[in-house]
Design a protein around this ligand. Structure first.
Ligand SMILES: Cc1cc2nc3c(=O)[nH]c(=O)nc-3n(C[C@H](O)[C@H](O)[C@H](O)COP(=O)(O)OP(=O)(O)OC[C@H]3O[C@@H](n4cnc5c(N)ncnc54)[C@H](O)[C@@H]3O)c2cc1C
Length: 380
C-alpha cells in the first residue's frame, strides 16, 4: 500500500489538534455526536470501530493520556505520540508514504487506476482510497482535491462550509458582544431548525467573547448547525444556580442592573443591560416591576436571540461541514456505489463530528471499515 500526500510534513492536523495534545477520541463518542444530511449513515462504521478500539491501540503503544472533560481523551505529552503510533502501525503493515508529491492526474484504466505525479513517475493501483480531509486550515495542506475528484467520478457533493468555527458580530447591531474580549460564561445555545438541513441542537458549554464576536466550545458546537442569516438562542441563565434565581422576596430590593451584575461578569452584565435597557426599565427594583414584565425579562435571558453576521472562515475552522454525499457510498465499506474500486473516508465525506475527539473517531472508524473491506478482497 502506498500513501501519497502533497504536504511537506504529514499529519499536520494531528500535530496541531487539541492545542498540540491531540484529542484523539472521546470515550463516549456515538452516533448522536455526528451530523450529516443523511443522518445515520455513520452509525455502522462507528459501531464497528469504537473509541475503546482506538484507546486499546494507544495503550498498546504505551502512550500516556488523560480525560480532560466530558470523555475527551488527550495525550499527556504531545500529538507527536499519535503521529508516531500511526507511523509505527504503517511500518508494520508495510505501507510506504510518499510526500511531498503533487498528484497531476488520476485516470481510470481498464483494471486499475493510474496516478500521475507531477515531475515524477506514475503508479497504478487496483483500489483507490481518497482521504484528503476537509478544507479547514489551507495553510497546512487542506484542499478541495477530494471533492473535485469525487465530483468527477459522478458522486454528489453536499454544500461545504467551515464548521467548529467562531462566529462574528462585528458591524451588527449586536456588536456589544465584541466589547468584552476574554469574558467567558457557561451558557446553553440552541441552534438550527428541526427537520431542516442538519437539524437542531442545543449545547451547554462555555461561550467566550472575542474582539470579533463569539467563540468557545458552546459556540463552536453551535456553528456546525448554524445557517447564514439564522439567529442562535442563548440561555444565559442555564448554568446559574436555579434556586431563588429571581425570587421576589430575596432579590426584590435589587434593580435589574444589580441582578445582572450579581450573576454575570461585570462587562457581560453591562452588555446585557445595554440590550435589555432598550425594552425594559432596568434601573427599577425587581419587586417594583410587574409580574408580567419580570417573566418577560426572564424569558428574554433564557432565549436571548443573537444573530451572527457570519463565521471566521476556513482559516479559523476546525472542520468542514458537508462533503461527499453519503448516498453515493456504502456505509459498511465507504466504497463508491458507482465504482467498486473507489473508497472515500474521513472528513471529505459529509459526516461531521461535534467538538471533543469525535472527528478523529470518525476518521479512525471510516478508515477501519474501508481497510477491512479491501483486505477481505485480498484474502486467499
Ligand atoms: C486546528 C484544528 C484542531 C483540531 N483538533 C481536533 C481534535 O483535537 N480532535 C478531533 O477529533 N478533531 C480535531 N480536528 C479535526 C481533525 O483534525 C480532522 O477531522 C481529521 O484530521 C480528519 O482526518 P482526515 O484523515 O479525513 O483528513 P486530514 O487529517 O486533513 O488529512 C488529509 C491529508 O490529505 C492531504 N491532502 C489534501 N489535499 C491533497 C492533495 N490535493 N494532494 C495530496 N494530498 C492532499 C493533506 O495534506 C492531509 O495530510 C482539528 C482540526 C483543526 C484544523
Amino acid at each position: 500500500m502506498v500513501v501519497l500526500d502533497h504536504a511537506k510534513k504529514i499529519a499536520e492536523k494531528i500535530r496541531i489538534s487539541g492545542g498540540g495534545r491531540c484529542n484523539f477520541t472521546n470515550q463516549d463518542s456515538g452516533p448522536a455526536n455526528f451530523l450529516s444530511l443523511n443522518p445515520g449513515f455513520a452509525d455502522w462504521a462507528l459501531r464497528q470501530y469504537r473509541p475503546q478500539d482506538f484507546i486499546g491501540l494507544v495503550r498498546s503503544h504505551r502512550i500516556p493520556f488523560h480525560e480532560k472533560h466530558s470523555g475527551q481523551l488527550f495525550c499527556d505529552r504531545s500529538s507527536q505520540d499519535i503521529i508516531g503510533l500511526l507511523l509505527a502501525e504503517s511500518l508494520k503493515g508495510a505501507v510506504s508514504i510518499r510526500h511531498p508529491v503533487e498528484i497531476a492526474a488520476v485516470v481510470r484504466e481498464a483494471e486499475h487506476w493510474r496516478i500521475s505525479l507531477t515531475g515524477l513517475d506514475s503508479l497504478t493501483c487496483r483500489q483507490l482510497v481518497v482521504a484528503t480531509g476537509g478544507m479547514a486550515v489551507p495553510a497546512i495542506g487542506a484542499s478541495a482535491w477530494g471533492l473535485d475528484f469525487a465530483r468527477s467520478r459522478g458522486l454528489g457533493i453536499t454544500p461545504v462550509r467551515a464548521g467548529l468555527v467562531p462566529m462574528s458580530f462585528t458591524s451588527t447591531d449586536q456588536a456589544w458582544v465584541t466589547q468584552m474580549p476574554g469574558v467567558s460564561q457557561r451558557v446553553s445555545i440552541s441552534v438550527g431548525e428541526a427537520g431542516h438541513g442538519y437539524g437542531q441542537a442545543c449545547f451547554l458549554e462555555d461561550a467566550l467573547m472575542t474582539h470579533k464576536g463569539l467563540s468557545g466550545p458552546a459556540v463552536l458546537q453551535a456553528s456546525n448547525y448554524w445557517e447564514q442569516g439564522q439567529a442562535i438562542s442563548v440561555d444565559w441563565l442555564a448554568a446559574l444556580p436555579q434556586d431563588n434565581l429571581f425570587d421576589e422576596r430575596e432579590m426584590g430590593r435589587f434593580s435589574v442592573v444589580q441582578l445582572l451584575e450579581h450573576w454575570f461578569p461585570k462587562r457581560l452584565a453591562a452588555g446585557l443591560a445595554l440590550s435589555l435597557g432598550e425594552d425594559y426599565p432596568i434601573d427599577r427594583k425587581w419587586a417594583e416591576l410587574g409580574r408580567a414584565v419580570r417573566e418577560q425579562l426572564i424569558d428574554r435571558l433564557r432565549s436571548f436571540s443573537l444573530k451572527p453576521a457570519g463565521h471566521l472562515g476556513w482559516n479559523k475552522a476546525e472542520v468542514m461541514r458537508g462533503g461527499v454525499c453519503t448516498k453515493g457510498l456504502d456505509p459498511r465499506t465507504l466504497q463508491s456505489r458507482r465504482d467498486s474500486s473507489l473508497y472515500l473516508i474521513g472528513e471529505v465525506v459529509d459526516v461531521t463530528g461535534h467538538l471533543g475527539g469525535h472527528n478523529f473517531q470518525w476518521a479512525w472508524a471510516s478508515a477501519h471499515c474501508c481497510a477491512m473491506a479491501i483486505s477481505a478482497q485480498h484474502a486467499p
